[in-house]
Structures are given as structure tokens and as C-alpha cells.
Design a protein around this ligand. Structure first.
Ligand code: PHB
Length: 390
């Protein structure tokens, strides 16, 4: 080849942002749509911490292909998420999407179907999401998985009358529905279901209403990032001294916020998929690395959805030998099983839904810091809303 041609080719590729020696067909573009600003910004921060750590540990070349991440901020708004995903598909020609919160994941589903590209759901906890496209695979969790487990635990441990306080959007509705059904079947009674706005919640008036109903148990769901505000208002209302037992899915004692909570939270029992104190060599490395790379951030249950989402993408590419057609990648993802910092997980080959351990955890003070100590494990939990229909 003429020397001038090579020089010109390298110059053009460099201008296009592609390193010399790597051709377009050697690149796998992964478009990420997450909430980096807006009400759920703490969620975006955690999921990206997980994505970045996975790539730092495993490099950016898989099956001979370079992984290129293109990150877009949906600003916690579903319409924005949909528009950005459309741009990623049409303009950037991404091969795979990695998406976040429920409203965006839902809005993007028809685009993934039309483009026939995988939509890896790294955050959303709403069961219905995986039914919206055959190209959706989830590495996060469902609220149903956790709410069924805590309902059974509560009923077995003397809880009889519960008030539900629920953040008013899709995952909250699911937490309430699954908790209510399981708890009632176990003999419990729901005294009231109180809905709190998702954005900038002020829990105080709702907590007063809950207290006035005189329950023995308070089941609470709100998304990651709101636990600090909730805990403060819970204590200010004197709820910690009321004798009412606080329970919920893991969001309630989110590792993201737990270090800043008061000792009043000690003893709170939740059912969650991940604890920063999960006792495994892999998780010890994980927690330390997330902390180091993110200014002391404590890894939480959202971060592992990003970390495992990248694992799923990397391993699927290895299985297809670097081929990026959506059907081939989805086939490779179905049934995949691996060890996560949270414990063993797998992808249900029939529903493309995550199967994972749900842990009963109790808040304890260890070395001067609050942690969710895992005290019991329910193994390989499927999403109950799908399991029931089979
Ligand atoms: C969701 O988008 O479904 C979601 C986000 C954060 C949570 C729980 C659910 O903590």
C-alpha cells in the first residue's frame, strides 16, 4: 500500500475518533441510557460505578472487538430516555442498549424490538418490563422478588397488621401488590396503603397517617437515593420508638445512604438482593474498588445491576465469537449463570428475567458503621409474578 494512503487513512480514522488499527467492524457499540441528573441521579451514579468497574477489571476488548460505551443522560424523564435511545440506534448505530429506570426501560422497549437489538435492563425493578420486548434481559431485580420474601418473613415473625407506604410509580405498585397478596395469604391484614409522590418526597405527613392507623408493622418502598430522607423523618416523627416494626425491600436500608443514617435504624429487617457486607472474596474486592474509584462511595444494590449487565454483554459476545446480531446475542444470554458480588445469579431462559438469592438482612453496627447483615438466604428466587403464571 502507498505510504501516503496509509497516513491519510490513519488521519481520517483519528479524526473520526477511532484509534489507528481498529476498524468500524471491530467495534461493539454499547449505548447506555441512565439517570445521571434529576430525581434519580443517585441511581445513575451507582449503576455507572458498576459498569466502569467491570470494564476496568476486564478491559475493553472482548472476542477481538473493542467495546465502546456511549452514555446518555435521560435526566430521570422517560420521554428523554426514549429520544436518546432512538438517537443511539439511528445515528450511532449501537449494537446493544444498557438501560436504567423503569419509565425509560419501558419507553425504549418498542425501539429495541424494532431494531432487533438487546436491551439489557440494569436498574428497573418492575416485573412487567421484561414482557415488553423479546430483546429485553434483566440483570437488576424485581420488587416482587423482595416483597414476597419479606411478607412471608414478617408473617412468620408475629406481624399481623401492616400499613404500606409506597412511592407512587410502577415499582411501588408492584411492591404493594406482591406484598399484599403474600402477606394476606399468610394471615396478615393490610390496614392502609399510602402513596407518596416519587419526586422530592416529604414522608412526614404520610408517616403520621400510618402511625394513626395503629399497625404493628410498616412496609415501606421508595427508590434508591431516598433512604436518608426517609430515615430522618421516621426518627423525627418518633416512629422508631413507637413499637411499630419497619420492614421493606432493600431500598429502605440502601447501602448508598446507610452510613449517614442514625443508630435508630439498627435492627431494621429488610429483604434484599445485595449487601455491601455480603461475605464473599469477590464482594470484598468489589466494595473496596467501588469505594476507591468513586470518592468513598459505598456500593449498593443498584451498582451490581450495572456490573452484571456488563458481564452479561461480555460473556454473550464471547459466546457468539464477537457477532453482534440481536437474536444471536439474546440466545447467548438466555440461561447464562455466574457469580456476582451479590452471590450466584442466572438468567431465566424462558422469561429473560434474573434469578437470584434474596437475603433477609438486619441493620447492625460493625466497626462504627451501619451495615445490612445477611441473616438468612432464600435461594434462586424467580420473579413471583411470572412464576405464578407458568
Ligand atoms: C426502577 O426504576 O424500577 C427502580 C429504581 C430504583 C429503585 C427501585 C426501582 O431503588
Amino acid at each position: 500500500m502507498e505510504r501516503w494512503f496509509l497516513v491519510a487513512a490513519i488521519a481520517i480514522l483519528t479524526l473520526l475518533g477511532t484509534p489507528p488499527g481498529i476498524w468500524a467492524q471491530d467495534i461493539v457499540k454499547v449505548g447506555l441510557v441512565h439517570s445521571m441528573t434529576g430525581g434519580l441521579a443517585p441511581v445513575g451514579k451507582q449503576v455507572l460505578a458498576g459498569v466502569r468497574l467491570y470494564m476496568q477489571q476486564h478491559g475493553d476488548v472482548v472476542a477481538g472487538k473493542k467495546i465502546e460505551i456511549i452514555l446518555k443522560d435521560d435526566t430521570t424523564v422517560a420521554d428523554m430516555g426514549k429520544r436518546l435511545a432512538q438517537e443511539l440506534i439511528v445515528n450511532e448505530k449501537v449494537h446493544i442498549l444498557g438501560v436504567g429506570i423503569t419509565p425509560s426501560a419501558m419507553a425504549i422497549a418498542p425501539l429495541a424490538t424494532e431494531a432487533k437489538i438487546p436491551e439489557v435492563v440494569m436498574v428497573s425493578g418492575t416485573s412487567a418490563v421484561t414482557k415488553l420486548s423479546p430483546y429485553i434481559v434483566r440483570t437488576s431485580f424485581t420488587l416482587g422478588q423482595q416483597s414476597a420474601v419479606i411478607a412471608e418473613w414478617a408473617a412468620k415473625n408475629g406481624s399481623k397488621k401492616t400499613v404500606i407506604v409506597q412511592s407512587d410509580w410502577a415499582p411501588g405498585a408492584e411492591a404493594t401488590a406482591v406484598f399484599t397478596e403474600t402477606y394476606k395469604r399468610a394471615g396478615g391484614e393490610i390496614l392502609d396503603t399510602i402513596k407518596v409522590p416519587l419526586a422530592n418526597p416529604d414522608f412526614a405527613p404520610f408517616l403520621q397517617r400510618a402511625k394513626d392507623a395503629n399497625p404493628d408493622t410498616l412496609f415501606v418502598f421508595f427508590p434508591s437515593g431516598q433512604a436518608g430522607t426517609f430515615a430522618k423523618q421516621f426518627v423525627e416523627r418518633g416512629m422508631d420508638k413507637s413499637g411499630i416494626r419497619l420492614i421493606g425491600p432493600g431500598d429502605v436500608t440502601d447501602d448508598n445512604d446507610l452510613p449517614g443514617m442514625s443508630d435508630a435504624m439498627i435492627g431494621v429487617v429488610t429483604a434484599g438482593l445485595y449487601s455491601a457486607s455480603h461475605n464473599s472474596p469477590m464482594n470484598k474486592v468489589y466494595v473496596e474498588a467501588i469505594k476507591k474509584a468513586n470518592n468513598g462511595l459505598r456500593a449498593n444494590f443498584i451498582s451490581v445491576g450495572g456490573y452484571d449487565g456488563m458481564h452479561l454483554i461480555y460473556e454473550a459476545l464471547k459466546k457468539t465469537g464477537g457477532r453482534t446480531d440481536g437474536d444471536g446475542l439474546i440466545a447467548a444470554m438466555k440461561g447464562m449463570a455466574w457469580e456476582s458480588p451479590r452471590g450466584p445469579i442466572s438468567i431465566d431462559p424462558e422469561t429473560r428475567e434474573i434469578i437470584q438469592n434474596i437475603y433477609i438482612r438486619k441493620v447492625e453496627k460493625i466497626g462504627g458503621e451501619l451495615y445490612n447483615t445477611e441473616i438468612a438466604t432464600v435461594e434462586a428466587v424467580k420473579d413471583p409474578t411470572k412464576a405464578a403464571k407458568k
